[in-house]
Design a protein around this ligand. Sequence first.
Ligand SMILES: [Zn+2]
Length: 122
Amino acid sequence: MAKTGTAQMKRPKHLPLRTCVACRETKTKRELLRVVRTPDGHVLIDATGKKSGRGAYLCARLSCWQKALKEKRLEHELEVEISAEDRAGLDAFVATLPEETPAPAPTKASRGQSRTQNTVQQ
Ligand SMILES: [Zn+2]
């Protein structure tokens, strides 16, 4: 039994990467939410990721959405004025995003009250 041929058939799955317009982090499309400017000039969240039109991507993070809306990143990215109606739709969506828990700080808890009384005694 001549066992030649190493398993070279499988190629790495290519995941398309997109950049969040707010934090500029690059993530796979699945991790980001797509906002689309429809051909008739509306701006809405494209939950399926399949709507046609110019798209912008954002993390599913409250801070990114707030930043994107506040700094008009979406408008800039999509080159469109977001109408009050569409803005209300986006705001309604943003309101569904969970409040962010601050990232666990890996830095040492430098609180004055910490009981680190480990005086080295031998
Ligand atoms: Zn982001």
